[in-house]
Design a binder for this molecule. Structure first.
Ligand SMILES: Cc1cc2nc3c(=O)[nH]c(=O)nc-3n(C[C@H](O)[C@H](O)[C@H](O)COP(=O)(O)OP(=O)(O)OC[C@H]3O[C@@H](n4cnc5c(N)ncnc54)[C@H](O)[C@@H]3O)c2cc1C
Length: 308
């Protein structure tokens, strides 16, 4: 990691437009939505798109292991941490619009995007309000809630191809969106830099009302008072993972500090000092039980990131 750290120091001294915040031996748990994860060798937040591209060029040349991270809301990190560099997009936060079009950098939170749309009387985004992800993570996952998913609103995405370090604009068709799936999940060499969304002209009072309803529905049905990663499993065809888990009698089931939520059986919550090992074991037990009772294989929606 020493050469990456010297690179960051040199860049920070040399150029004002290209700079980085970074931390050595940082706790992942402190950042993760489920408050789990060991120590990462290095966590870097580039302050601009240009800084991200320069960092990726440097890191790729050295073949340093890295992972792009948005808001840590769909990732379960190992208790042993992460050997390599986690590159956060949090400071890539520019947001602008033209008519009903909104252009957002990778690190913009979905909630900020929704509030921007509300402020400009653009409708269509309301049901995404409250999903705790960034634009990059949301396009990667084709995140969605109720009747809306990211792919319904996306017009195009600006992608960095880390093989050639060229930028490309991809259409929704080229991004191969499917349920909680996109091309980005199958091409770790592609990094989303920004995305262009389009909604429809709306009335801000109605948009406001809908966003409020969405948040109330979330609070009523989801254990938002406890750390979690949202739904652990993908929705199986013709059913809901939460319903199957509940009907298999697993609500409240506990391994160490992790438990199947009493409020929403699709969520695993961190009750107290849960470890990644606890969560993984609970996932394993749940899959075995649901398979026994219903003959259905639950597939994880969250991603586990190993130490090395
Ligand atoms: C309480 C709670 C409720 C939730 N509710 C919902 C919901 O209603 N609907 C839903 O769909 N999800 C939900 N989620 C899950 C999660 O918020 C989404 O999957 C979200 O899209 C993840 O975004 P993120 O920025 O946190 O991504 P991260 O968890 O940081 O990363 C997820 C993946 O995206 C990749 N990635 C991130 N940024 C980029 C980029 N710029 N370029 C390329 N790859 C990138 C990462 O490498 C990683 O593989 C919920 C989670 C929680 C904790």
């Amino acid at each position: 990691m020493d050469n990456v750290i010297s690179f960051l120091e040199t860049e920070n001294q040399a150029q004002k437009e290209v700079s980085y915040y970074y931390g050595i031996n940082q706790s992942i748990a402190a950042l993760s939505a489920i408050r789990i994860g060991g120590i990462a060798d290095l966590i870097i937040s580039p302050t601009s798109e240009a800084a991200l591209v320069r960092l990726l060029q440097f890191i790729s040349k050295l073949r340093v292991r890295y992972r792009i991270v948005g808001n840590f809301s769909n990732l379960l990190f190992s208790d042993k941490g992460f050997r390599g560099a986690l590159i956060r997009t949090e400071l890539l936060a520019s947001l602008s619009g033209d008519g009903t079009t909104v252009l957002a950098s990778a690190g913009v939170s979905l909630s900020r995007l929704c509030k921007y749309a509300r402020a400009h009387s653009i409708t269509g985004f309301e049901e995404l309000f409250g999903i705790p992800g960034s634009v990059g993570g949301a396009v990667y996952m084709n995140a969605g809630a109720f009747e809306t998913k990211v792919s319904d609103l996306l017009e195009s995405a600006c992608i960095l191809d880390t093989n050639t370090f060229s930028k490309r604009t991809l259409t929704p068709r080229e991004l191969s969106f499917a349920t909680r799936d996109s091309l980005l999940q199958h091409r770790s060499d592609l990094i989303l830099l920004s995305a262009k969304f389009v909604g429809k002209e709306g009335r801000s009072d109605l948009i406001e009302q809908k966003m409020r309803d969405v948040i109330l529905r979330r609070r009523k049905t989801q254990p938002l008072e406890l750390p979690s990663l949202g739904s652990i499993f993908r929705r199986p065809v013709g059913s809901y993972a939460g319903r199957l888990i509940e009907e298999a009698g697993l609500k409240g089931a506990r391994v160490g500090g992790a438990a199947i939520s009493q409020k929403h059986a699709g969520f695993i919550v961190n009750l107290e000092n849960a470890t990644a090992a606890d969560v993984l074991e609970l996932i394993r037990l749940t899959r075995v039980r649901v398979k026994e009772v219903f003959g259905i294989d639950l597939v994880c929606e969250i991603e586990y990131i190993s130490e090395a």
